[in-house]
Ligand binder design. Structure first.
Ligand code: SAM
Length: 228
């Protein structure tokens, strides 16, 4: 029997049970306690990125690629603040949901373009490339390729988040909460910060700002790196 690769598993997951689960987590309706904890943690990560970009004071001048945009949790507020956002995701269902949310939040704004596309096949050139909470779905060797590709698309800056390996034991104990029961269709991979920083450096980037979100069930290390 052929074993499906990580990307196929992830795509299928986010077009089926994963879509239902994450659309609820990334929404404002009623969810269980674990999902509420993850929702709050994820919102902190999103808010940190928005805070950094707003502090810089040049959002309306920026072209931003949001790779693995999910339901648009980051793309939509950035577009509302004037950035031009190219938002893409491997899951057609996530992109459809993101488009609906953008229409509700922004009307017929021209600040967003949505596309169903895996990040490995993205082309173009953007001031800032952002990839939040996507690398957790891929093993180290794949992540190296993915980060290098994202760097190649960025004129000035990349911002990415990942589940740090230092929290391994804690996360592994709780991992069932990320993908519980029948929706346990994909693994969660942890990454060493030193490895991620090395990949960024090898691609000509150096880390400027860092963030860490840690709640009971959500761990995300956030790095901003700019071209040297
Ligand atoms: N970045 C969004 C956020 O923080 O709100 C969504 C995070 S969600 C946990 C992970 C997303 O990554 C899913 O929408 C999934 O479909 C997408 N994804 C996974 N692998 C991908 C890939 N290779 N290329 C593009 N998107 C991918």
């Amino acid at each position: 029997m052929k074993v499906a690769d990580d990307k196929t598993i992830v795509r299928e997951y986010f077009n089926s049970t994963g879509f239902d689960r994450w659309r609820r987590i990334y929404g404002d309706g009623e969810v269980n306690k674990v999902q509420l904890d993850i929702r709050n943690g994820h919102q902190q990560t999103v808010d940190t990125v928005i805070g950094w970009l707003k502090d810089d004071g040049n959002l309306p001048q920026l072209s931003i690629c949001d790779a693995g945009c999910g339901v648009g949790s980051l793309s939509i507020p950035l577009a509302a603040d004037g950035a031009k956002v190219y938002a893409s995701d491997i899951s057609e269902k996530m992109v459809t949901e993101a488009k609906d949310r953008a229409l509700q939040a922004l009307g017929n704004s021209e600040n967003t373009i949505f596309a169903v596309q895996d990040l490995e096949s993205l082309g173009g050139s953007y001031h800032t490339v952002i990839c939040l909470d996507v690398l957790i779905h891929y093993p180290q060797e794949k992540v190296e390729e993915m980060i290098s590709h994202l760097c190649s698309l960025a004129k000035s800056r990349v911002i990415m988040s990942f589940a740090p390996k230092t929290w391994a034991l804690t996360i592994l104990k709780k991992i069932g909460s990320f993908f519980p029961g029948p929706s346990k269709a994909t693994r969660a991979y942890l990454h060493r910060e030193a490895d991620v920083v090395k990949i960024l450096q090898n691609n000509g980037f150096s880390v400027q700002r860092q963030g860490m979100t840690k709640t009971s069930f959500y761990y995300s290390r956030l790095l901003e790196a700019t071209r040297k």
